[in-house]
Design a protein around this ligand. Structure first.
Ligand code: NAD
Length: 490
């Protein structure tokens, strides 16, 4: 059994209540680690450490912050195997995927390190030529970073890299379903030389998260998780009037037109829904297919699904690992049962794969077909390897189905017609649109949702504005007398 501790200031701490919670490996259900379940008072201690550290950290120059961030990226790259192994043991995601994500997180720290000494303000020319005006990007203060279990380190980098580059201190609260890679990462942050209190990690369930966001010294919340939790969070902080960034779920449409390169589109459809066993916010879980090719798409996807190899997430030959935990397994199974009852046509899978692993949480890749886009299986996030194919007759109908969703995170468009591609991209209600690809990411490309998929952007220079206030400074150089009873606008 591995015993882990939370990071508060410069100390690794157990819960003051002595309580812990276990982590079990979703591949074999072995309990392999114990994590402290922090009390409200422990969480407050972490926030106070972040508050204290903010006084000096906000005054560091960009080069100092960038140097530490590059050092952190070096350590992440050197320890990538270890971090990925930890994450895979915790959430069952394929090792090749977690390794890739760990390395991508290092790329994100480097990307934002590049901005740390380039947080430029504006010099604003005014109508009144006897005044000068400039802006400054200022850090916000101790920020709560709350993450989901599906990609802990990658989700964290989306938040932590811009937060650090802009001079904020943070208290991180990883998911209780997968906390350990974040604790291992925090050891590297200390090794890199970040001053005590700049990065804190508190562990526990939603109650620890709730204590964190409600703390009076928390100046902002950046959250990745489900829409229901997001509603609780925004309500809980509404009295404090602090800014919130929300990265939530989706029911993303992946649209295949009849003129697409079919082979590429099918690969994109598989990547969209069966990559990471469908446990990604951007899962292309609604496959909208032009009617003239729908039969061939069904047939080919069934063939491809049948070749997907389920198994040990550490085996390089495995295509799909287990789903991450029992709760998730039960949710997927019940949504599949409901889809069958609602009358969706089951084309493939639709059941637990009992012959895989010891007692692993494996769901067969599952494909439904329906003409009824209003079915729950075609509207609600499953967060598992379950695809719903829906036919359409023309681009207008494809857009109408695609946009008839409370979510607006991602969308895919497959066509060889460049005009159609851009016309559809312009009309689609989503924060991220891929044309002739799916599930591709880059540090420099903004990521985030619209509608109930959240607000705010991660990655890219846009994220810098999520972690700064813009201060405007106006300076009067005039020697003329002013009228004190009239606003000075000229
Ligand atoms: P969740 O909402 O259950 O939990 C997310 C985090 O919030 C956890 O750390 C949890 O402990 C914490 N939490 C729970 N209750 C809280 C409260 N009252 N106050 C503060 N914190 C609280 O989500 P999950 O099951 O971990 O993750 C799955 C969801 O995350 C899916 O909907 C998925 O689409 C979404 N997600 C979104 C993105 C994105 O970037 N848009 C990425 C990954 C996952």
């Amino acid at each position: 059994m591995n015993i882990f501790k939370a990071l508060i200031g410069e100390h690794w701490k157990e819960s003051s209540s002595g309580q812990t919670f276990p982590s079990s490996n979703p591949f074999n259900q072995e309990v392999w680690a114990s994590i402290p379940s922090l009390t409200k008072e422990d969480v407050a201690e972490a926030v106070e450490a972040a508050h204290l550290a903010f006084r000096d950290w906000k005054k560091t120059n960009g080069l100092e912050r960038a140097t530490l961030m590059h050092r952190l990226a070096d350590l992440i790259e050197a320890e990538a195997d270890h971090l990925a192994r930890t994450e895979t043991t915790d959430n069952g995601k394929l090792f090749k995927e977690t390794k890739n994500q760990v390395l991508f997180s290092a790329r994100n720290y480097r990307y934002f390190a590049g901005y740390a000494d380039k947080l430029l303000g504006d010099f604003v020319p005014l109508d009144n030529r006897e005044m000068i005006d400039y802006t400054v990007m200022e850090p916000i203060g101790p920020i709560a970073l709350i993450t989901a279990w599906n990609s802990p380190l990658s989700l964290l980098a989306n938040k932590l890299a811009p937060a650090l580059a802009t001079g904020n201190t943070v208290v991180i609260k990883p998911s209780e379903q997968a906390s350990i890679s974040t604790l291992e990462f925090a050891k590297l942050a200390i090794q890199a030389g970040f001053p005590p209190g700049v990065i804190n990690v508190v562990t526990g369930d939603g109650a620890a998260g709730d204590a964190l966001i409600r703390h009076p010294l928390i100046a902002k919340v950046s959250f990745t998780g489900g829409s229901q939790t997001a509603r609780l969070i925004t309500k809980a902080v509404s009295d404090k009037l602090i800014p919130v960034t929300l990265e939530l779920g989706g029911k993303s449409p992946n649209i295949i037109f009849a003129d697409a390169d079919l082979e590429e589109a099918l690969t994109g459809a598989i990547a969209g829904i069966f990559g990471a066993a469908g446990q990604t916010c951007i899962a292309g879980s609604r496959l909208l297919v032009e009617r003239s090719i729908v039969e061939v798409v069904k047939e080919r996807l069934i063939q491809k699904a049948a070749t997907i190899k389920l198994g040990d997430p550490f085996d390089p030959a495995t295509d799909m690992g287990p789903v991450a935990n029992k709760l998730q397994l039960e949710k997927i199974v019940s949504m599949i049962a409901e889809a069958k009852e609602e009358g969706a046509e089951l084309l493939y899978g639709g059941e637990i794969a009992k012959d895989v692993g010891l007692h692993g949480y494996f769901i067969k890749p599952t494909i439904f077909f329906t003409e009824r886009a209003e079915l729950n299986i075609a509207c609600e996030e499953v967060f598992g390897p379950v695809l719903t194919i829906i036919p359409f007759d023309n681009p207008e109908e494809a857009l109408s189905i695609a946009n008839h969703s409370p979510y607006g995170l991602a969308a895919g468009i497959w066509t060889r017609d460049i005009k159609k591609a851009h016309r559809v991209a312009a009309e689609i209600e989503a924060g991220n649109v891929w044309i002739n690809t799916y599930r591709a990411s880059a540090a420099g490309a903004p990521f985030g949702g619209t509608k109930q998929s959240g607000y705010g952007r991660e990655r890219s220079w846009h994220a810098l504005y999520e972690y700064t206030h813009i201060k405007n400074v106006m300076v009067n150089l005039s020697t003329k007398k002013r009228d004190p009873f009239s606003m000075q606008t000229k």
